[in-house]
Design a protein around this ligand. Structure first.
Ligand SMILES: [Zn+2]
Length: 261
């Protein structure tokens, strides 16, 4: 299990004690006789017991705990944990699509295959896999898209939608990138010579680093269906893009929606 820093959870202390409004961040709250925290600023109210349980579940999400195991640890129904996980994942899915503008500067492009290769179920081949197209701005964010087919047309559509024209692109020798030079400067990275080119900027190590980060997290979740995969992928993209910040705090914000992301 991946554990988070305890200090990251400190931001939840006032919410857990019922001193601060989870929806707007105001301290002008009062406790009702029925155990609710009522906000005098935004006039929303919430059961403190329920809020505390949801925050505990969000801690587990932050720590990448599988839902069934967290349910056991907290002695709650697995459905309760799953509901919170799904709600946050859906919110993260939309937030990642809305965040930031177009990628710019030096951009690494690459494709990867995920899933479809579970033990004891051989012979499925690439059919069960999800194809992901990834765009990474160096020293910046990553953007991912699950695609049906790796056609030049489809790749160019995403490149045009998600990157600024005139950027500097780094890709492998895949033919789908052939028309890229009409959109910006295009460097083709030869995989056999990656180590030679380490001193130059001609590599796609950044996006490859993201693929291993994603595979590490998915391994932790043990088998994600192809249907649910896009949702998990966006969660990972969000974690990666905010990895230098207090992710737990961000999850609280996105989940309760009290501050726009
Ligand atoms: Zn409030």
């Amino acid at each position: 299990m991946v554990t988070g820093k305890i200090s990251h959870f400190a931001c939840a202390a006032n919410f857990l004690r019922g001193r601060k409004c989870i929806f707007c961040g105001s301290f002008r709250v009062l406790r009702t006789a029925r155990g609710y925290v009522k906000c005098r600023h935004c006039s929303k109210s919430k059961s403190l017991a329920k809020l505390q349980r949801e925050i505990e579940i969000l801690k587990g999400f932050y720590q990448l705990q599988p839902a069934y195991r967290l349910a056991q640890d907290l002695s709650v129904d697995a459905k309760v944990v799953t509901r919170v996980y799904q709600r946050l994942r859906e919110a993260l899915f939309h937030v990642t699509e809305l965040e930031g503008g177009k990628l710019k500067g030096e951009i690494e492009l690459d494709e990867a295959y995920f899933g479809g290769r579970r033990k004891g179920r051989r012979g499925r081949g690439a059919a069960g896999k999800s194809i992901v197209f990834g765009l990474l701005e160096r020293e910046g964010r990553v953007y991912t898209k699950v695609v049906e087919h790796l056609t030049a047309q489809e790749l160019m559509r995403h490149i045009q939608a998600r990157t600024r024209k005139g950027s500097v692109y780094y890709t492998d020798a895949f033919r789908g990138y052939q028309s890229l030079r009409r959109f910006g400067k295009h460097h083709v990275v030869s995989h056999q010579h990656t180590f030679v080119n380490r001193r130059t900027r001609n590599h796609i190590n950044g996006i490859e680093g993201f693929w291993s980060y994603a595979k590490h997290i998915l391994y932790n979740y043990r088998g994600v269906s192809k249907y649910h995969f896009p949702m998990y992928l966006k969660e990972i993209e969000y974690r990666f893009n905010h990895r230098r910040e207090n992710l737990f705090k961000r999850f609280l914000k996105v989940y309760f929606g009290y501050v726009s992301p």
